[in-house]
Design a protein around this ligand. Sequence first.
Ligand code: NDP
Length: 317
Amino acid sequence: MPIVDGHAVADSLDYDTCIPIVRQAMTALSKGETQQLPRGVLPLDHGHMFGVMPGALNGGPFGGGPFGAKLVAVFPDNFDKGLPSHQGVIVLFDRDSGRPVGVVDGGEVTAIRTAAASAVATDALARPEAKTLALLGYGEQALTHARAITRVRRLSRITVWGRAPGRAAAFAARLAEELGLSVRATASAQEAVVDADIVCTVTAAKEPILNGAWVAPGAHVNVVGSSIAGPAEVDHDLVIRSRFIADCREHVLRQGAEFLRAKAAGLIGDAHVVAEIGEVLAGHAEGRQSAEQVTLYKSLGHVVQDLAAAWPLLKKD
Ligand code: NDP
């Protein structure tokens, strides 16, 4: 059985390939052309987690596509050891025979497909002329998000904030060199976002690091760092003032921490999740409604993104 390791994934899955794949996958999800179970999470000791994400690509552009699962270990403390905090495998099975067709490195796919999904959402929801990006966090997802967002908007400047100023500065220097853009580390999250057209929260923060009051009118925010009901990166204010779009409505209603906290506080109901990104992409729901509106994409991460991104790496045609 073939095994596609992380280097092979990084070599083959560039953003110009992955962004359209994820766009198709999210559209298929919202059209009911996929099947999936909500992510199962086994909490381990030391704050570690083991996630199991099963799904199937059934129809539309993926007709006859695979079924399978991502198995992912989440070890947030790996960041301080210089190791990836997400490691795992994606196992794909053949639709006709039930035969396992291969295993793909799940860490590398996760790094790329998550950023590709945010790029898809940004392309659909950010103002067309958006040109400034703020990254809250400077880990793996911050890097892949910077790469991916530059594929959908012509950026003039990036700001970066994180808890350790030295790390933020080193990350900014690396990004500036790679992308050939002005990248500046800021002393506060507020300073990073105040003039940003696009904001990505990509931290392992357990409590909000971004307040709605700091976000400029007309900004688009990708809220990515929390994938379970618990840790929340953004405050009630931002949730309430935003046009709130989910990657998957059913999953966000169960596991979207920022949404769930605002709901538990009695501030919003389920109808606050106005649409899935796939509905917006298919033209079945409105995305941004005005140049001043703040749009928010809640990313929990979805197995259909993993299956769709991994499949071409194993397909022989
Ligand atoms: P990394 O471990 O590479 O980076 C984690 C980042 O979070 C670092 O910048 C770290 O910096 C920062 N951080 C940790 N704790 C805090 C805190 N309390 N306040 C502010 N910043 C903090 O992780 P990834 O980049 O791979 O992932 C980032 C987040 O995105 C994780 O929470 C991960 O679970 C989530 N994720 C979501 C996915 C999705 O599909 N939605 C997919 C993959 C990941 P420092 O510790 O120096 O402050």
